[in-house]
Ligand binder design. Structure first.
Ligand SMILES: O=C([O-])CC(=O)C(=O)O
Ligand SMILES: [Mg+2]
Length: 559
């Protein structure tokens, strides 16, 4: 029975006659033996019968919890269609409705009331060996804010992509939610809410809890990569700074988003022919993802020969209180780096609540690149976009907020308002845009192009720390593999069906960077590449391993 109820071992109707005999499965399964292909077809038909995206998401999640090989084969065979269901945007709904659609346990709930037992909770993990943990506290899920314990949907989705794209073995992944309460009143009032019904803990209590968690991870899972996901801005960067030199860890929203945005800008410049050091960057939004992107772009400008000072002066960042400038007292240290000199903007128009808004900045600056992290749907208005396109030949416009309803502009509007001149990539997926005779394909500038490949590179190279150098290497390798380098109507990033292949190149680049920084054992390139390839798990059935079965029986006996 354990064989058919353990998702990593279950083959369902594909258990052969011989296996059914050996493991007493005959009566438990219908007579007809299917191949994996038969199962994929049948599962796809069942999927197609679902009425809406949420139902499709629930179907795929339950398939994942039933038979992992089948789940991954199905999704890989239909990756364009199903990635938006497993991941953004549909996963947003999955998080909002987490308690209502909850079925089976997956991953770990580490809840504040159990804070004295964190090592014990970690030891209860379903899999002994873990390559990657993705952890969230659910406070800033995508662009939809505090989802409390429902935030667990994000680590589950991210880890599915680690497997689909990076090829990380799903049996070696672990999603975790740190349940520190929620300030989402709707959830607190909901009798069906499954998390800790308490306002979020803050300050010293929060910091101590995070610290206890990290210490337990260091003890229990010393070589595991720990990815921080969807923490609110006041926590995201301090946590990263505090722990980045202590274990193999990175923040996906800061570093992953930064690396993919750099990759997109580099590919777009290869199409437009511009040089990175001449670009002027305007950002809407000044949270941790936004500042992370600015940091990577700035570092890349410096590598191209600009001084720190020159590089900084090419960024104009606007948040809900207007342009960041040196007279604003509310800026964090990270934001102050990008504050424009208040004197030099003193006579600029202030048409946005008496402050310098995005339209004012676009009016004054010949912006080449416009990036959106605001979660304000439609914030890149027609007037703003037309003004940008009037002044530069090929504006690069990246509405990156998620999910779809939060995108700052829609690609078809951007292409129309700029008569096809804009080079566009978005955070959530969008269909191709018709322009004249051609279809323009829109890349999804999402950290999914980075974290699975980076994880693969870390695992395969045996790296001990994650550095910005490794992420920058991944970004460059991504840009080198952009289909737009060969065809101007192709998307700026590889199509999803190619990402698994491109992930190998990126993982090798990460491994090389790790070795060059002295953070991974030195090997030759061929050995690194073959390690990367052999680390990639593929969804295929293997013979049932008797040791797995013995282990299951032992567990049953002790229970
Ligand atoms: O999950 C995504 O689609 C991208 C991301 O990290 C976020 O929006 O927080
Ligand atoms: Mg995120």
């Amino acid at each position: 029975m354990s064989l058919v109820t353990t998702p990593t071992l279950n083959k369902g109707t594909a258990f052969t006659y011989d296996e059914r005999t050996r493991f007493d499965l005959h009566g438990l399964l219908p007579l007809h033996v299917e191949t994996l292909d038969d199962q994929v077809n049948r599962a796809y038909q069942a999927y197609l019968r679902k009425q809406d995206d949420l139902e499709r998401h629930i179907y795929l999640r339950q398939l994942q919890d039933t038979n992992e090989v089948l789940f991954y084969r199905l999704v890989l065979d239909h990756i364009d269609e199903m990635m938006p269901i497993v991941y953004t945007p549909t996963v947003a709904q999955g998080c909002q409705l987490f308690s209502k659609i909850y079925r089976r346990p997956r991953g770990l709930f580490i809840s504040y009331p159990l804070r004295d037992r964190i090592p014990e909770l970690l030891r209860s993990r379903p899999n002994r060996e873990v390559d990657v943990v993705v952890v969230t506290d659910g406070e800033r899920i995508l662009g939809i804010g505090d989802q409390g314990v429902g935030g667990l949907g994000i680590p589950i989705g991210k880890l599915a992509l680690y497997t689909l794209i990076g090829g990380i073995d799903p049996a070696r992944t672990l999603p975790i939610v740190l349940d520190v309460g929620t300030n989402n009143q709707e959830l607190l009032n909901d009798p069906e809410y499954l998390g800790w019904r308490h306002e979020r803990i803050t300050g010293k209590d929060y910091d101590e809890f995070i610290d206890q968690f990290v210490e337990a991870v260091k003890d229990e899972l010393p070589n595991t990569c720990l990815q921080w996901e969807d923490f609110a801005t006041p926590h995201a960067r301090p946590i990263l700074q505090h722990y980045r030199d202590e274990l193999l860890t990175f923040n996906d929203d800061i570093q992953g988003t930064a690396a993919v945005a750099l990759g997109v800008v580099l590919s777009a410049l290869r199409v437009s022919g511009g040089s990175l050091k001449d670009q002027k960057f305007v950002f809407l939004g000044a949270g941790s993802a936004s500042i992370g992107v600015a940091d990577y772009l700035r570092q890349a400008l410096v590598v191209e020969g600009l001084s720190e000072e020159q590089a900084r002066s090419q960024f104009w960042i606007v948040d809900k209180d207007g342009l960041l400038h040196s007279k604003r007292a509310d800026l964090s240290a990270e934001q102050q780096v990008y504050a424009q000199n208040a004197e030099s903007v003193a006579d600029w128009p202030k048409t946005f609540n008496g402050t310098i808004g995005l339209a004012d900045v676009i009016g004054k600056v010949d912006a080449n690149v416009l990036l959106g992290f605001s979660t304000v749907g439609g914030a890149f208005t027609e007037a703003i976009v037309r003004e940008m396109a009037r002044k530069v030949a090929r504006p690069i416009i990246l509405p990156l907020s998620n999910p779809t309803s939060k995108a700052e502009a829609k690609p078809d509007d951007l292409i129309r308002w700029t008569d096809g001149k804009a080079l566009v990539a978005t955070g959530s997926p969008f269909p191709p845009v018709k322009h004249g005779e051609s279809d323009i394909f829109i890349a999804q500038c999402n950290n999914v192009y980075i974290f699975p490949a980076v994880g693969l590179g870390l695992v395969a190279s045996g790296a001990t720390r994650v550095t910005d150098g490794m992420l920058l290497a991944a970004a460059h390798a991504l840009a080198e593999n952009s289909p737009a380098l060969k065809n101007p109507t192709a998307p700026l990033l590889p199509v999803l069906t190619d990402v698994r292949k491109v992930a190998v190149e990126m993982a090798v680049a990460v491994g090389v960077a790790a070795q060059n920084e002295g953070l991974a054992p030195k090997t030759n390139l061929a050995a690194l590449r073959s390690n990367v390839i052999s680390c990639q798990w593929s969804p295929e059935y293997s013979d049932v391993d008797l040791s797995d079965v013995d282990l299951l029986e032992e567990v049953e006996v002790t229970q």
